[in-house]
Design a protein around this ligand. Structure first.
Ligand code: PLP
Length: 417
């Protein structure tokens, strides 16, 4: 491996091409991509509709920045604003999820004139100075020199922590009480709560439905904004809803929504949607040089159209449901699998030392490696030593491919030491 590159894996795979739900490496090996890039390849690899839109646009104009308009940017902004569920919505495009959350935090702190933020334990929001400052797990942030005053709240993780044994309604009530307690300590204005509806890097773990809606009521009383980080949960990934926040909608939509990953099918698009009153806090000179690039926007428009026309959200619900049942069956006799959980095409297998709550990173590493040898790419995450195997294929996954992946995984689970 080239030692002049900073990379995630010790033995990274050099990818050459992809098609549908599969990718190939430089040695000619074929893999079923059960991680969809990093939830970036939302529809399919090398989707002809997206490839053509990119090529056509590249032949006209590649760059414009947010200084100027371009037709695909207008179209994508219109569609995303309408889909967001946020009234009087305005969109600002960035190039990554980190930058989207950074912008959301900038908006909220400016709007509320406060640098106090609420975030969830076990959260991940990106790699910039502000976003690591609201990331609950120190393992994923490299600094403790936060420019923000952040308070971490319980509730995002259903199966661990002090309320884990409680039934859903009591769990939510306990998390709301914790939120109130934290607010009592905050003194003065808190700008926003930032939360992932289903935590991604945290190991595909979700609170009971309605928890953030219950939080919303408290936030409203204090004039605190709700930022829903939909970087992993947007575009129908969770099956039942187009956005993750819609499982928590009883008191209305979030004030700010951030997105990235899947919308460009691998092209780098991020963005923020907010009520215009909040978005107007962005100074007129807030430019993103590469945000809203015509080529990435053209990919986004084509990708979103494909997703909607082929009801990939419905596919995520149907095939995701079948896959989850199959994974549960495959894992039933494996003592190291503490939990199999999932929503739509977002499934997590939490590995612990058998019979305990202790994370089992060696097991996660062994299964990841064996799956790769067997032709299956998985993701890894989870706040406790990244011992959760994460499954998030492109939303066009077929039933046969779900079965193919489950069979390889069944073999790979035998490699647990
Ligand atoms: N927010 C969430 C929920 C994420 O999962 C990620 C990345 O994994 C980010 C933000 C950061 O996005 P990016 O890596 O595009 O900067």
């Amino acid at each position: 491996m080239p030692d002049w590159l900073a990379l995630y894996y010790d033995r990274p795979i050099e990818l050459t091409h992809g098609e549908g739900r599969h990718v190939w490496d430089a040695d000619g090996n074929r893999y079923l991509d059960f991680f969809g890039g990093i939830l970036t390849t939302m529809t399919a690899h090398a989707l002809p509709e997206v490839t053509k839109a990119v090529a056509d646009q590249a032949g006209r104009i590649i760059h414009s920045s947010t200084l100027y308009l371009n037709r695909p940017m207008i179209e994508l902004a219109e569609r995303v604003a309408a889909l967001s569920g946020i009234p009087d919505a305005r969109v600002f495009f960035t190039t990554s999820g980190t930058e989207a959350n950074d912008t959301a935090l900038l908006l909220a702190t400016t709007y509320r004139r406060s640098n106090q933020i609420l975030a969830m334990r076990n959260s991940y929001h990106g790699r910039s100075f502000s976003t690591v400052s609201v990331t609950g797990n120190r393992g994923w942030s490299t600094t403790s020199l936060s420019p923000l005053q952040t308070y971490y709240v319980h509730g995002a993780v259903r199966t661990r922590g002090p309320f884990a044994a409680l039934p859903d309604a009591e769990f939510t009530a306990a998390a709301v009480a914790d939120l109130e307690d934290v607010l009592g300590q905050a003194r003065g204005g808190v700008a926003a709560l930032i939360a992932e509806p289903v935590q991604g890097v945290g190991g595909f773990t979700a609170p009971p439905d309605g928890l953030y809606g219950a939080f919303r009521e408290v936030l409203d009383r204090h004039g605190i904004l709700w930022i829903s980080d939909e970087v992993q949960t947007g575009w129908g990934r969770t099956g039942d809803h187009f956005w993750g926040w819609q499982a928590h909608a009883q008191n209305g939509p979030p004030d700010i929504l951030t997105f990235a990953k899947g919308i460009g099918n691998g092209m780098s698009i991020g963005g923020v949607v907010a009520r215009s009153e909040v978005m107007n806090c962005l100074d007129a000179s807030s430019i993103s040089t590469f945000g809203g690039s015509p080529v990435t926007m053209a990919a986004g428009v084509a990708n979103l159209a494909y997703l909607q026309e082929h009801d990939l959200q419905g596919n995520a619900r149907r095939v995701g449901g079948l896959l989850l049942n199959r994974l549960r069956a495959v894992c039933a006799g494996v003592p190291a699998v503490r939990e199999v959980r999932g929503r739509g095409l977002m499934a997590g297998l939490e590995l612990t030392e058998p019979g305990t709550d202790r994370a089992h990173p060696a097991a996660a590493a062994a299964v990841l490696e064996a799956a790769r040898e067997g032709g299956l790419l998985l993701g890894r995450g989870g706040g406790h030593d990244t011992s959760v195997l994460r499954i998030a294929p492109p939303l066009s996954l077929t039933v046969a491919e779900a079965e193919e992946g489950a069979e390889i995984l069944e073999q790979a689970l035998r490699s647990i030491p």
